[in-house]
Write a protein that binds this ligand. Structure first.
Ligand code: APR
Length: 276
């Protein structure tokens, strides 16, 4: 009899111990979740930190708090597929793109070669060297209806919808960059593809259409070629480009091997502008 009661007592004790252990585990998990929620930096805060640190690093006296709030009002709380380019008007007004006559360089399908060149030789500035361009280059951002968050992944891709958060920013910024283009303007196009001046590109569909002949004297095409040249200056798409230019803007085209551009960029003896 006594043995049986002792066993019952023991099993009751074990059950109690089990319940206590489960309770402690649950409390610990809840505490961990609460701590994580309190301490984690939201994606929005992290994106704001990147924006602000790039803004500070750029210098030039830009008001980073003001430009951030002009930027976030463009997309926060909105459907990421319904953010038209005009949404970024306030940002462009807060940080207008400044003209830099005779040094403005456009590009299409030549991002790496052009930025490698401009990072080594300070002869030209691209959209990505302007304040807004440099702060947002390479970043992805979007929000959603009713949200105060910024997401940096899961955003619609470039061609998922036309008015997506990121594409609309580049459309708006590129239009502004082109509107102020002045003096002798250059563009690096890709001679390794069949259509160096592609109608779907930002350069063709937005920038060329925003060139202002009152400000601009000429457009020089630098057609970057590789060993296997696919297109040359006689390419039909370049004839289209010539036709699209407003009267008063003169046109020229040079075929330049990519290796020549790279060598020249790395040669400190070569003066600015003598690479082609
Ligand atoms: N997916 C994601 N990003 C894309 C895509 C795509 N399918 N297509 C273009 N982009 C973005 C990328 O950031 C890419 O580096 O646009 C950039 C330029 O694309 P290109 O087709 O190479 O060139 P283009 O559309 O003509 O835009 C370049 O716009 O940024 C301005 O002033 C700049 O003259 C330049 C022009």
């Amino acid at each position: 009899m006594e043995d049986g009661q002792a066993q019952k007592r023991k099993s009751r004790q074990r059950r109690k111990q089990c319940i206590v252990l489960i309770f402690v585990a649950v409390v610990l998990v809840v505490l961990a979740i609460v701590l994580w929620l309190v301490l984690r930096t939201s994606e929005h805060e992290e994106f704001k930190r990147v924006f602000t640190s790039r803004c500070d690093a750029y210098g030039g006296g830009y008001d980073c708090a003001k430009t951030w709030s002009a930027f976030e009002q463009a997309y926060v709380g909105k459907d990421p597929c319904f953010v038209p380019p005009e949404s970024y008007q306030a940002l462009i007004e807060a940080a207008p793109i400044k003209p830099d006559c005779n040094r403005m360089m456009f590009w299409s399908k030549t991002k790496d070669v052009v930025h490698d060149f401009t990072s080594k030789k300070e002869c030209f500035i691209t959209m990505e060297d302007t304040f807004v361009g440099s702060v947002l280059d390479g970043l992805t951002w979007c929000s959603k209806v009713g949200s105060k968050e910024t997401f940096t992944s899961g955003c619609p891709g470039w061609s998922d919808c036309v008015n997506n958060t990121v594409r609309s920013f580049w459309s708006k910024a590129s239009a502004s960059f082109a509107q102020v283009a002045c003096g002798k303007v250059s563009v690096m196009l890709n001679g390794s593809i069949a259509t160096p001046f592609s109608p779907a590109s930002i350069f063709a569909s937005i920038e060329v259409k925003n060139f202002n002949p009152d400000n601009m004297k000429s457009l020089e095409v630098v057609l970057v070629t590789q060993d296997k040249e696919v297109s040359n200056c006689a390419n039909p798409s370049l004839q289209d480009l010539q036709k699209e230019l407003a009267q008063g803007i003169s046109y020229s085209c040079s075929e330049v091997p990519e290796s020549q551009i790279e060598e020249c960029a790395s040669d400190p003896e070569k003066p600015c502008g003598s690479c082609w």
